[in-house]
Design a protein around this ligand. Structure first.
Ligand SMILES: [Zn+2]
Length: 276
């Protein structure tokens, strides 16, 4: 593999771990003409699109924090591989000190528990934006806007309940030394990015800012049926893309091709992600 699965940011080592691959299609795009998506990508609406599902382990300063928890056993056999991938790299699940969520969606939070409903991470503190947990976990299921949101709320209640005594609700700002939270809302109401800083370097783990790089870097206005507020998701995407491009901040994405690290560049109207 030509890409490094891990990099150093100050005292921290950040390592990408795969939960597997999510199969979807261009049919889930909204806010962009379907003919245009097909022309730009050379795919039909029926063609499968395979997206990496990544998580990132941040180690150093006595901390072993996992950013996102994968899908667990809820999304089929091509996913849910995070626990075994961590263990086979020698990372005992009981040694994880924190789970820092980017957001509460099946491929990021259902993997907090195993198929029997028991927590995979028995010692970890769960850390989540207040806005996010209020929307998915605190509200009554009858308040769901549609069937998929309802299913996600049911899964959120199952996955987060075993952690309820050790959950920390946060707002934007520093959380651990050199690690801070910043919302980038729209994909979900409290969709969050995690910035890791140290030694003059920084990395933004940007969650689901981009799902389909081959489409959304060229047409950032392409949103998804999974976006709670597609217009806000587009605005957040544009502002973050522009910011990390302008100051050349390294990024890591949950659905960028594994391992998901890169830099955003732009030529004309098109963004690019360069790996190194
Ligand atoms: Zn996702």
């Amino acid at each position: 593999m030509s890409h490094r699965p891990s990099l150093k940011i100050g005292d921290y080592t950040v390592t990408a771990f795969s939960d597997g691959v999510f199969e979807t299609s261009l049919d889930v795009t909204v806010g962009i003409d379907k003919t245009l998506t097909q022309r730009v990508t050379g795919k039909t609406l029926a063609d499968p699109v395979y997206l990496s599902v990544n998580a990132f382990l941040v180690e150093g300063r006595g901390i072993r924090a996992l950013i996102d928890a994968g899908s667990g056993e809820t999304m089929g056999p091509a996913l849910g591989k995070l626990p075994e991938n961590l263990q086979s790299a020698g990372v005992g699940l009981d040694t994880i000190t924190h789970i820092l969520l980017t957001h509460i969606h099946p491929d990021h939070s259902n993997g907090l528990i195993d198929g029997a409903g028991n927590p995979w991470f028995r010692k970890a503190e769960l850390v989540v934006q207040e806005t996010e947990i209020k929307f998915w976990f605190d509200r009554d299921i009858s308040q769901a806007a549609h069937a998929r949101q309802r299913a996600n709320m049911i899964n959120a209640k199952k996955s987060l309940t075993p952690y309820v005594e050790r959950t920390t609700r946060i707002h934007d700002g520093p959380f651990l030394p050199g690690i801070h939270a910043m919302m980038s809302p729209g994909h979900t109401p409290g969709h969050n990015t995690w910035t890791i800083e140290g030694g003059g370097e920084s990395l933004i783990v940007w969650g689901d800012t981009i799902h389909m790089a081959f489409l959304q870097l060229i047409h950032p206005e392409a949103a998804f049926v999974f976006d709670t507020d597609p217009q806000m998701a587009v605005a957040s995407r544009l502002s973050l893309l522009e910011r990390v491009r302008a100051d050349r901040t390294r990024i890591a994405g949950m659905h960028l091709d594994f391992p998901g690290f890169g830099f955003v560049t732009r030529s004309g109207e098109r963004y690019c992600i360069e790996t190194d």
